[in-house]
Design a protein around this ligand. Structure first.
Ligand SMILES: [Zn+2]
Length: 160
């Protein structure tokens, strides 16, 4: 018989870090998110008003657990928050954008959606999920950290 660790016990990344940048960040082992691309569009998530930085557009993401890679954490968050699974994503040549604060970092996994991609059910933290043209992303009210990273992430996408 296989011993299965209860799911919640595996979540050891939840918690706040007081970072040397002066801000407080979510994720004891850092955090990771996923940016999905489809031709000239990216998939953005509108966060529920009651969550941290709610009411803003960003990408699915959250705290990384100690036993996970950045890529695994990003894909797990995508599944939990917007019902996207690894089989729907092209993981052969992922790109990463790293926002490294020293005490904490946020890794953005940038990958393409495969042809059979289909949006799943969002969870209670997600109000809406939308494909947005690269050129129009800056017009949305963005999550503060995502807004800062966006110009560099966009440049990375356009150079690939
Ligand atoms: Zn910081």
């Amino acid at each position: 018989m296989l011993w299965k660790t209860p799911y919640m016990a595996a979540r050891d990344g939840d918690g706040w870090i007081d970072c040397r940048c002066g801000n407080r960040h979510w994720g004891l082992h850092g955090a990771a998110g996923i940016l999905l691309i489809r031709s000239s569009q990216v998939l953005l998530q509108l966060r529920a008003p009651w969550v941290h930085n709610g009411g803003t557009w960003g990408i699915p993401g959250g705290a990384r657990d100690s036993h996970e890679s950045w890529q695994e954490a990003a894909i797990r968050e995508a599944a939990e928050e917007i019902g996207i699974f690894a089989e729907m994503i092209d993981l052969d040549s992922p790109q990463f954008y790293s926002d490294d604060h020293g005490d904490w970092r946020y890794e953005t996994l940038i990958v393409r959606a495969l042809d059979h991609f289909e949006l799943g059910e969002g969870n209670h933290e997600t109000v809406e999920v939308r494909w947005v043209e690269l050129e129009n992303v800056g017009q949305l009210p963005l999550h503060q950290s995502f807004a800062i990273a966006w110009p560099r992430i966009k440049a990375l996408i356009q150079s690939s």
